[in-house]
Design a protein around this ligand. Structure first.
Ligand code: TRP
Length: 349
């Protein structure tokens, strides 16, 4: 049997799901989520938010999780968590996630979902948990020892996906090990106790990962990201400060000119033009002209999104209502699934 965890296989499965989604959106339940550790940025927007809105509008049942318990997998503080969660809801709404169509909720508000963790933990071995490459990488990056939560959070992620019978999970490549363990857990549960859970697939994006303004991986901690929530002025400032090089003529060369190329990629994705075309147009006008072009491109693209966001910033009560309603629905779903799980396991008294 081929290695199901391998990227090629996942990609092939993802392509098949993609075709199925267009023909039979009603057969799919999407679940994906974000850790509320800060504001969402352009990488999130083009990498996943835009795609979620498309699925939502295709008529797929869509669920978006604010993964608050995952915040403490690799850090020992929950500082600013409430503010981050509310702002994440604002980012979602501003980007077009419609709370009448998409359930927006957070981990900590759904006890029955978290309770799935107990039977699920019994279905995986310590060795499987230990060899998860994403967990290893996160442990190394955190500089902490491996906590019980960091080791087991992929199982918690299986709870996130399976409590709502999710079968399609839009994620980046780094999340594939978690999808694989989710699939194993669903299969093993069904085999042991009877069919309750669906077969799960990752939905991998075709859009190449948008690099940060300096060409490195876009990350808040590198200061190379433009947040959706920034003002036009803050955006201009961030772009102006980004690192370029001494060569005047603008060319697209990600390998040797990461700064210039990161800027070009940002402009390209916002305008729908190619990097090479923009580079040719700017030519000898240099990095200053490129930065102006990028700033305009970003600010123009995000103007309507930011305008909507302002409305939500000024209506926190509405934002809270959206989350409370999502949490209420999530609890309903989670309780129904947990009841099925108990029934399948014979734990009905
Ligand atoms: N682990 C994901 C991340 O770090 C967030 C997440 C939590 C998630 N639960 C999920 C993603 C369930 C997809 C499905 O970005």
């Amino acid at each position: 049997m081929p290695n199901e965890g391998s990227y090629g296989v996942a990609l092939e499965r993802s392509r098949r799901v993609e075709a199925g989604l267009k023909d039979h959106p009603e057969k799919y339940v999407m679940l994906t989520g974000d850790r509320p550790t800060g504001r969402l940025h352009l990488g999130h927007y083009f990498g996943t938010l835009r795609g979620r809105v498309e699925l939502q509008n295709l008529g797929v049942r869509t669920n978006v999780l604010i993964a608050d318990y995952q915040v403490i997998t690799d850090r020992d503080t929950t500082e600013h968590i409430q503010d981050n969660v509310y702002n994440m809801v604002m980012d979602y709404l501003a980007c077009g996630i419609d709370p009448d169509k998409t359930m927006i909720y957070c981990h900590s508000a759904v006890p029955a979902c978290n309770q799935l963790m107990l039977p699920f933990l019994s279905l995986v071995s310590e060795a499987e948990l230990q060899r998860n490459p994403t967990v290893k990488a996160e442990m190394e990056a955190s500089g902490h020892e491996l906590t019980g939560l960091l080791l087991t959070y992929p199982v918690h992620q299986a709870c996130d996906i399976l409590f709502c019978k999710g079968n399609v999970v839009p994620v980046g490549r780094d999340q594939l090990p978690h999808i694989e363990i989710t699939r194993q857990i669903a299969r093993r549960f069904n085999k042991r106790y009877g069919k309750v859970f669906p077969e799960v697939d990752a939905l991998l994006s075709d859009t190449p990962l948008l690099p940060g303004l300096d060409g490195r991986k876009m990350s808040k901690s590198y200061g190379n990201a433009v947040s959706i929530s920034m003002t036009a002025e803050e955006t201009a400032k961030r772009i102006k400060k980004s690192q370029t090089d001494g060569e005047r003529k603008i060319t697209f060369d990600p390998e040797n000119r990461p700064g210039i190329s990161g800027l070009l990629s940002t402009a390209a994705i916002c305008t729908g033009r190619s990097e090479a075309e923009i580079a040719d147009e700017i030519g000898d006008a240099g990095a200053g002209a490129l930065k102006k072009y990028v700033t305009n491109a970003v600010n123009e693209y995000f103007a309507p999104i930011r305008e909507r966001r302002h409305q939500y910033e000024n209506d926190l009560d509405y934002v809270k209502d959206v989350l409370h309603e999502g949490n209420r629905k999530a609890n309903e779903l989670a309780e129904a699934t947990l009841a099925e799980v108990h029934e399948a396991m014979g734990m009905t008294y």
